[in-house]
Design a protein around this ligand. Structure first.
Ligand code: BEZ
Ligand code: FE
Length: 296
């Protein structure tokens, strides 16, 4: 394509402050992919509006470039600082939510987070995913259903969570492999159950540019206690979500805005040696039931 053709006086792209977005958006006019053209045009409009709205100074523009450069430099095979930035700006949750809209009958989605980095080990229903004695015992039960309430047998329920100190296994040098992770398959009634320990609230990785942003804006880095779920079954849309512990610190102020009211559950305290023995847990223990409804 020859881009050197001369433009008529009406279409010359000479910069003017008032028409800046329009002039730049016009440079995308020949984009073959209409979706890319739409996204770039809208992005240009919003970026220019933003710069004009705040009256961005040269120093601030330079600081933003340094910040984004540092964010990229913090990324590695095991660290994605850009996703973390998207998380604390609420963009990850917005993208997740607008792409998983349902009529209110399917379980709501939330962010996947950076700790689903190792495959969970397949386990039998009722197995424990925790080291014995490593925290407050907890029994998790639930069912996977379709939107008509029919159980989904053979659904794969992948779970992962932080420990009693708020760390994932991959954040420890010495933690046993596959600690606090499990891959369960629902039985003929769509039911699943497993033993674990109560997860604790924890700070997201805050030793990089995202942590710096949180500190400068007087925000805390914490997420309320939760258990991650990724539930899949043939013919259904895979659901990535969490169940949140109702009485956890930060339940109303998740730093990545991941909490939706429909995902918060009481983890009931049970003090009953017979029930504990039947579940294979020490007494007392906590328990939660989480029904998952998959959308198509
Ligand atoms: C998580 O829940 O594992 C998580 C989500 C977003 C950012 C950091 C951690
Ligand atoms: Fe998490």
């Amino acid at each position: 394509m020859d881009h050197r053709r001369s433009r008529t006086s009406a279409t010359r792209r000479l910069f003017e402050e008032e028409r800046s977005a329009e002039i730049v958006a016009d440079s995308f006019a020949d984009t073959p992919d209409p979706r890319l053209q739409h996204v770039m045009t809208s992005l240009t409009q919003h970026l220019h509006d933003f710069v004009k709205d705040v009256g961005l100074t040269v120093e601030e523009w330079e600081a933003a470039i340094r910040y984004l450069t540092a964010t990229g430099q913090k990324c590695s095979d095991t660290r994605q600082e850009f996703i973390l930035l998207s998380d604390v700006l609420g963009v990850s949750m917005l993208v997740e939510t607008i792409n998983n809209r349902s009529d209110g009958t399917a379980t709501e989605a939330t962010v996947e987070g950076p700790f689903h980095v190792v495959d969970s080990r397949p386990r039998e229903l009722g197995d424990t995913i925790a080291e014995p004695g490593s925290g407050e015992p907890c029994l998790v039960t639930g069912r996977v259903l379709d939107r008509t309430g029919t159980p989904v047998p053979g659904a794969v329920v992948d779970v992962w969570q932080a420990d009693a100190d708020g760390y994932y296994d991959v954040q420890h040098e010495t933690r046993p492999e596959y600690d606090l992770r499990g891959l369960f398959t629902t039985d003929g009634n769509g039911t699943f159950w497993f033993r674990t320990i109560m997860p604790r609230y924890y700070p997201i990785p805050d030793d990089g540019p995202v942590g710096e942003l949180l500190e400068k804006t007087a925000r805390h880095p914490n997420r309320p206690a939760h258990i991650h779920f990724e539930v899949s079954a043939p013919g259904f849309r895979t659901l990535t979500t969490h169940v949140f512990v109702a009485d956890s610190p930060y339940i109303d102020d998740d730093t990545v805005f991941g909490v939706k009211a429909s995902l918060v559950r009481e983890f009931t305290q049970v003090d009953d040696p017979r029930r504990a023995a039947a579940a294979g847990l020490d007494n007392p223990f906590r328990t939660v039931d989480f029904e998952v409804v998959l959308g198509a």
